[in-house]
Design a protein around this ligand. Sequence first.
Ligand SMILES: [Zn+2]
Length: 325
Amino acid sequence: MSKVKYYYDPDTLSYRKIEPKKSKKYRNVFLFLAGSALFGTLGLIILLNTRWVNTPKELSLEREVRNYELQFDIMNRKLDQMEQVLANIEDRDNNIYRLYFEANPIPEEQRRAGFGGVNRYNALEGFNNSEIIINATKRLDIIQKQMVIQSKSLDEIAKLAEAKEKLLASIPAIQPVSNEDLTRMASGYGWRSDPFTKARKMHWGMDFTAPRGTPIYASGDGKVVRADNRSSGYGKHVRIDHDYGYISLYGHMSKYNVTVGQKVKRGDIIGFVGSTGRSEAPHVHYEVFKDGERINPINFYYGSLSTEEFENMLRLANQENQSLD
Ligand SMILES: [Zn+2]
């Protein structure tokens, strides 16, 4: 409240109020406003430029940013672990799996190849924490890419393993008559005396002596390509094509249990022991062909026999006795 001033008016003989001039009044108002604006602006500038004055909103935002930084820290540690696990899988993949299945290891530069071309992280640039976010995103992208490469490699390995499994199931790898049914292993592959002429001649298979009617088993997975007695000497015989160049032959059967074209699994009963064809006594004459050549079947039994059984068979098969043909 400004002071009210008076003056003596001789005309009216009374004291009258001094009215301030209008222009002066406006000037005062203007000065007041200008001063306020000036100090207000200065104050605001000082306020905004000091670190020690924070509004509650700023404080809460700062807390939030600190929390995000902490989360990124935790995330990066998880990424460390993921990279280690992945590196371990890649190592085993290259040095064990791919090696075992005769596939070339995936070169390091292919596994670690980066992303060329445009900057994929444009949208993440220009913020206070851009670097943290871009680094984490980059690591994630690389891990993702490595995982795709690794996953493709394992798919390939699975296919190779499957093929290997088929090969292992196909190879004629068991003896065609079970040990319990075997009377004796009469004769092995090699030079033997002919039961009929007594002359020495090559015996191209193994003879398994067993009572007439004993089941004969397929020695590996395959397809029956012959079941007839039109091959001289073998009598009623079955031939199984195992793929990979392997064919097995079972001679002198009394009866067939399969027909031509039939698919068989290892261990399926394909016929029964007999003495048809050029045979002296009931037995199975067993041969294995590889790429058209007859090979010694004894090399395949290791999987299905105990060491003792195998050694016993080896001993019997090597005896230079008479074959049953
Ligand atoms: Zn024989």
